[in-house]
Design a protein around this ligand. Structure first.
Ligand code: FES
Length: 91
């Protein structure tokens, strides 16, 4: 079973831009996996402090999935990236 590390910045800027919604969505995804008994991938969510990426021209929230940074992260994009990685790790 593959493991995916998702680091969500929960600094002030990213929190204001919706970081907590993303964390909630990831937890919902984990619950759905459990309920469907589709335990094909483990997702570890880490809340991280401000990574000093905010304040410039790029907006948060900033989410790093297995080291790949996503700027202006939205639920749909983060979920799609997680599912894609789950599939590729279990091929
Ligand atoms: S608050 Fe997220 S990078 Fe600064």
């Amino acid at each position: 079973m593959g493991k995916i590390i998702v680091e969500v910045c929960v600094g002030t800027h990213c929190t204001m831009m919706g970081a907590m919604n993303i964390i909630d969505s990831i937890h919902s995804l984990e619950e759905i996996q459990r309920e469907l008994d589709e335990d094909f991938c483990e997702v570890e969510v880490r809340a991280t402090p401000c990574r000093k990426l905010c304040g410039g021209e790029v907006n948060g929230p900033f989410v790093k999935i297995d080291g790949e940074e996503i700027q202006s992260a939205e639920n749909e994009g983060v979920m799609a990236a997680i599912m894609s990685r789950c599939r590729s790790k279990n091929l």
